[in-house]
Design a protein around this ligand. Structure first.
Ligand SMILES: [Zn+2]
Length: 319
C-alpha cells in the first residue's frame, strides 16, 4: 500500500517535471510547488494563458474513412489558430472549461458508442465531461460519405463556431436561435466558400422562397421551438438575418471586417442572457431589435447582395 502510494507520488512528481514547462501547468502547478520562490517577490508571476485543448475520441467505425478522421484532427486546430478559443469559467454552472472533447462515429455501424459518457447525442455541443465541452459528431455512412457530399466539413466549422461563441460569452445564458445557429451556419458557409470552393452553399441559404413570410414572422426565429415550427413554412432565414445585420453595420460606417467581428465576437463578449439580449443587441450594434427587424425588408428582394466580399480568414486574421 505504502509502496504504491510512494510510486504514485513519484509518478506525480515526474508528471509535474515533464509538464511544468508547458504554459498550462505554469498557471496551476508551479506557483504552488515552488511557493518559496515567490515569497520575496510580491509581483505575480507572468504566465501565458493556458491553451484550450482539443481531445479526440474517434470510433474505429471511422477507420475506413481515414481521411475524414485526419480532417477532424487537422481542421479543428486550424480553425482554432484562426479564431483562438480561451479557457473560461462558466459562473452559471460553476465550471471551469479548458477544452472540448470530440466524439465521432458512424451511426450505421455502431449505436451511440460513447453514450455512457455523453448520452445518446447526435450532432451538437452538448454538456461537459471533465471540464471539457462535448462535441458530438454522429456521422452517417449513407449521407456524409456519399460521393461529393461535403457537409461533413461544414459541420466541423459549424460545431467549432458554437464552441467559439460559448467561450466568448463564458457559457450560453440564452437560446436565441437566429443569433446562435444563424451565425454558425454563416461561418460554415464562409468556410465552404473559401476552403471547399463551394459558393452555392451560402447562396442556398439566401434563396428562400418564403423570405417575405419569414420576415413577417421573424420573432419565431428567436427560439429553437419557433424555428422548428416555422421551418416547414418559411424556411431558414437565420443566415439572411446575420448577413443583413452585417450590412446594416456597414451602413453605420463600420468596415466589413469590423461588422462581422461585432457580430461574431463583440456580441458574445457582451455576455447576453435571456432577459437582456435585446438590450445587449442595441448596445453592441447601435440599433434596436425592432428597428433591425424592420430593416430586413430592405434586403428581401435581392438577398444575394448580402453575400460578403470578405473571406472567413480575412475576418479573423490579424485580429
Ligand atoms: Zn448548431
Amino acid at each position: 500500500m505504502r509502496i504504491n502510494h510512494s510510486l504514485a507520488i513519484i509518478s506525480l512528481l515526474v508528471f509535474i517535471a515533464i509538464y511544468s514547462c508547458s504554459p498550462e501547468e505554469e498557471d496551476t502547478i508551479l506557483p504552488t510547488a515552488e511557493s518559496s520562490a515567490f515569497e520575496e517577490d510580491t509581483t505575480p508571476p507572468i504566465t501565458e494563458a493556458a491553451p484550450f485543448t482539443f481531445e479526440y475520441n474517434l470510433h474505429s467505425s471511422l477507420d475506413k474513412h481515414g481521411y475524414f478522421k485526419d480532417s477532424i484532427q487537422s481542421i479543428l486546430p486550424a480553425l482554432n489558430n484562426l479564431m483562438p478559443i480561451s479557457p473560461y469559467y462558466d459562473s452559471s454552472t460553476k465550471l471551469q472549461i479548458n477544452g472540448v472533447n470530440i466524439y465521432s462515429w458512424i451511426r450505421e455501424d455502431v449505436f451511440k458508442p460513447f453514450s455512457s459518457i455523453i448520452g445518446e447525442t447526435e450532432q451538437c455541443i452538448c454538456g461537459e465531461v471533465d471540464n471539457h465541452l462535448v462535441m458530438s459528431l454522429e456521422m452517417s455512412e449513407e449521407y456524409d460519405f456519399n460521393d461529393g457530399n461535403n457537409f461533413k466539413y461544414a459541420l466541423l466549422a459549424h460545431e467549432f463556431f458554437h464552441v467559439f461563441q460559448i467561450s466568448k460569452s463564458q457559457g450560453f445564458d440564452q437560446s436565441v436561435f437566429w443569433m446562435i445557429e444563424g451565425q454558425a451556419a454563416t461561418i460554415e458557409s464562409l468556410y465552404m466558400k473559401e476552403y471547399i470552393k463551394d459558393s452555392n452553399y451560402l447562396l442556398n441559404f439566401l434563396n428562400q422562397d418564403s423570405l417575405e413570410d419569414g420576415i413577417k414572422n421573424v420573432e419565431e426565429y428567436e427560439s429553437y421551438e419557433g424555428f422548428f415550427k416555422s421551418l416547414p413554412q418559411y424556411g431558414d432565414i437565420s443566415v439572411f438575418m446575420n448577413l443583413a445585420l452585417a450590412k446594416v453595420l456597414q451602413e453605420q460606417g463600420n468596415t466589413e471586417k469590423e461588422s462581422f467581428l461585432m457580430i461574431f465576437e463583440n456580441y458574445w463578449e457582451s455576455d447576453p442572457n435571456q432577459a437582456n439580449w435585446k438590450t445587449k443587441f442595441e448596445q453592441v450594434f447601435g440599433i434596436t431589435i425592432s428597428d433591425f427587424y424592420q430593416r430586413l425588408n430592405d434586403f428581401k428582394t435581392n438577398p444575394e447582395t448580402l453575400i460578403p466580399e470578405i473571406s472567413l480568414s480575412d475576418i479573423f486574421q490579424n485580429n
